[in-house]
Write a protein of this length. Sequence first.
Length: 80
Amino acid sequence: MKKENFLDECKKLIFKNIELFQALENYDQTHKLRKLGYRERINLTIDSRLLKEFRTYCKEHNYNMSRLIEEYIKQELKKQ
């Protein structure tokens, strides 16, 4: 691999994982590694029958409701 290609690939990797590299940079300064993926609780209002059906579906298929909703949100954001 040529040096230019290697450097371009490194830059892409850093840009794609910027939070990881910032955490490592912060570790160099503080010697403490911060958590990379924080989760946040939210409140939503949805139809109670839909929620009950979704809860049952997740339980039957052994899905984590929060993780499944996160995936749906990611899919929706990719459509933009």
